[in-house]
Design a protein around this ligand. Structure first.
Ligand SMILES: Nc1ncnc2c1ncn2[C@@H]1O[C@H](COP(=O)(O)OP(=O)(O)OP(=O)(O)O)[C@@H](O)[C@H]1O
Length: 283
């Protein structure tokens, strides 16, 4: 079952468009959303959250219109920009936010305040970026949402809390069948926890695949530069030449390269490799 479905969604702006975007977020999994700066991730999330209008297509949340007012109850949205609440403390924010949610879980709220070591009575404007992210996460988790949407959640966090957060998310997925959608530039985080990846570039979907498919289908091939000619170039999705050799992304069955196995190295591609080769300019 899908919690979110985009069907041919287009949004036209003067100098940037999302075109014919179709994607799904499956229930009970962690889906990572990747793409270079300015590729349209935040725009897509804003359309999903009904903060931004689109021109064509359709978005469904929980099988209903994305405009259904009940959706807000079921979504925990995590972002580091708590500018609306700068003069508030966590205590004030709770008084304001908790009554908005039918499923507010006070015990869980207290548990996360302690776990994240957040001060209840300090003004949000005096928080560090990481503390703001933790605060956003605290409120999102405390109303027990069906879907957690996170825009760049790990970017401002120190490595220790980043890893703890990833573990927490994975735990919630495994134990509570939680659906999590997160955009991130830290692709190693997604290599570690994502079940599915949605990859966009310049407002267009490049692919939506499971991590198992990605690991099976994408490889980095390294070898001597003499192997590269007009015919071999066509085999690769992306190619990087240096003075002594080449690195290339290959999509398909790597058995094709078995005859050359003495002169090349074949490695599984990381998400960073895939992003690098699929979005860099042609050489
Ligand atoms: N309010 C706006 N009005 C006009 N253009 C905008 C607006 N917000 C964003 N854009 C443009 O839309 C494009 C996509 O931006 P978006 O923030 O969705 O990308 P992103 O993939 O989230 O990028 P990043 O990884 O850098 O956060 C960019 O070219 C940006 O300049």
């Amino acid at each position: 079952m899908n919690v979110v479905e985009f069907q041919n969604v287009s949004k036209y702006r003067k100098d940037f468009s999302i075109e014919n975007l179709s994607l799904t977020i499956p229930k009970g999994y962690i889906t990572g959303f990747i793409g270079p700066n300015g590729s349209g991730k935040t725009t897509a999330i804003s359309m999903m959250m009904d903060i931004l209008k689109f021109d064509e297509g359709d978005i469904k949340l929980f099988g209903n219109s994305h405009k259904d007012p009940n959706n807000k109850q079921k979504i925990g949205f995590v972002y580091d920009d708590l500018y609306m609440y700068e003069d508030f403390t966590i205590q004030n924010m709770k008084a304001f936010i908790a009554p908005l949610y039918h499923s507010w879980n006070e015990a869980r709220f207290q548990e996360y305040v302690e776990k994240f070591e957040l001060p209840m009575r300090k003004k949000i404007k005096k928080f560090s970026k990481g503390m703001k992210m933790k605060t956003s996460l605290l409120f999102a988790l405390s109303h027990e949402p069906e879907l957690i949407i996170m825009d760049e959640p790990t970017s401002g966090l120190d490595p220790v809390f980043r890893r703890e957060l990833l573990e927490l998310l994975q735990e919630k997925m495994v134990n509570d069948n939680q659906t999590i959608f997160l955009s991130s530039h830290i692709t190693t985080d997604l290599d570690r926890i994502a079940d599915y990846i949605i990859f966009i570039n310049k407002g267009i979907l490049l692919f939506q695949k499971s991590m198992a498919e990605i690991q099976e289908q994408f490889h980095v091939i390294k070898g001597n530069i003499e192997m590269i000619d007009d015919d071999t170039k066509k085999l690769f999705t992306g190619l990087q030449l240096t003075d002594i050799g080449f690195r290339a992304l290959f999509e398909g069955d790597p058995a094709l390269f078995e005859p050359f196995e003495d002169s090349i190295i074949i490695e599984k591609a990381s998400l960073e490799d895939i992003m690098y080769f699929m979005t860099r300019k042609e050489i």
